[in-house]
Design a protein around this ligand. Structure first.
Ligand SMILES: NC(=O)c1ccc[n+]([C@@H]2O[C@H](COP(=O)([O-])OP(=O)(O)OC[C@H]3O[C@@H](n4cnc5c(N)ncnc54)[C@H](OP(=O)(O)O)[C@@H]3O)[C@@H](O)[C@H]2O)c1
Length: 321
């Protein structure tokens, strides 16, 4: 394929962050610390902002920059994971199986001159969930999963669970609740391709009172996820302050910054319902480290992950920009 784009010739190895408001992300503070940790201080991070549902040409320009400039090493993609792949599929030499099934990518990297795309979310949300629950959790508890939101990260969590080889690591029931029917239809289509024994329910709803009712019906120890972006991307929470979390359950907010109303609602019941309350910090760490390791080709050992987590925690909550 010939390059028809005006790609820049970078003078320093560059890792791109393709998002919407990239300058505001904590990664801008964390990345230089991590490069020091892995001995690659020569690598810099650069934000590449695109509008939500941007013109296909703009996604192609970003991908061409990485494909054709030797020192543009790769990228982590947020928000545009589906739109970018739709616009640029022909530019990739390889897509991993999760990218093929989800039709989205969160990682762009190069290996032996080939441009590769990976959908890392099922791996990274999975690593985060595995750190929250123990082995055979569902077998021992009969817990269900209720996910508010049926977007990329919620589907990734279901994919991770569906791929668990042991029955006890898969819930009997996983329920998606989503505002728009379109996302639910998309999730249903994708999940129909899987050979899974998880009963997946699809509920179209945006009324927090109805979400309270769904939550009240869950068996003890169930997991309730806020994957709507409410409390960070948009104000509010998918549930009301009267919503009751499952006894001995787990409340998992996918974000770690913002108003985090859902997280606060859960924290208010931490003692009374014996809840485990998690935010999205670990998800952030796994999400970024997996992609950086893919792009820079290093082995992410548990020891190195621990070092990187420690470094990141030193700037957690420090304002960016
Ligand atoms: N910590 C981390 O590193 C990390 C990693 C991944 C994701 N996240 C966060 O998790 C959130 C979700 O990410 P994503 O990639 O899955 O986003 P996404 O694809 O945009 O999905 C969000 C979904 O939530 C739905 N929704 C919004 N408000 C709702 C409501 N009141 N009730 C029910 N459904 C509602 C949206 O439905 P519509 O179709 O109606 O818009 C959409 O399908 C984002 O805020 C993201 O920042 C954090």
């Amino acid at each position: 394929m010939t390059n028809t784009y005006d790609t820049l010739k970078k003078e320093q190895p560059t890792f791109y962050f393709i998002g919407v408001t990239t300058k505001q992300s904590s990664i801008m503070k964390v990345f230089p610390l991590w490069m020091k940790d892995i001995g690659r201080e020569d690598v810099v991070i650069e934000g590449w902002d695109c509008k939500i549902h941007d013109e296909p040409e703009n996604y192609r320009k970003a991908v061409a920059q990485i494909k054709y400039d030797p020192l543009s090493l790769g990228a982590l993609v947020t928000t545009h994971k589906i739109d970018l792949l739709t616009a640029c599929r022909d530019m990739f030499d390889y897509l991993d199986p999760y990218a093929e099934i989800t039709n989205e990518i969160s990682s762009i990297s190069k290996r032996d001159g080939r441009l590769e795309g990976h959908a890392k979310d099922p791996i990274t949300s999975g690593l985060s969930l595995d750190a929250i629950i123990s082995e055979n959790y569902f077998g021992e508890t009969g817990a269900e999963v209720l996910s508010f939101g049926a977007g990329g990260s919620a589907i990734a969590t279901l994919l991770h669970l569906a791929n668990k080889p042991n029955k006890g690591d898969r819930p009997d029931v996983f329920t998606f609740v989503n505002r728009s029917q379109g996302r639910l239809d998309h999730a249903r289509e994708m999940i129909a391709q899987l050979d899974t024994d998880i009963q997946v329910n699809y509920v179209q709803n945006a009324d927090p009172a109805v979400n309270d009712e769904l939550m009240a019906k869950l068996p003890p120890k169930s997991i309730v996820i806020n994957a709507t972006g409410m409390g960070k991307d948009t104000p509010g929470s998918p549930i009301t302050w009267d919503g009751v979390f499952p006894q001995d359950g787990i409340a998992w907010e996918f974000n770690y910054r913002g108003e985090l109303d859902f997280l606060h609602q859960a924290l208010a019941q931490e003692e009374s319902r014996n809840l485990t309350v998690e935010d999205g910090w670990l998800y952030f760490i796994h999400g970024w480290t997996q992609v950086i390791a893919q792009v820079l080709h290093f082995d992410l050992t548990p020891e190195l992950l621990e070092t990187l987590s420690q470094s990141a925690s030193t700037v957690r909550g420090v304002p960016v920009g």
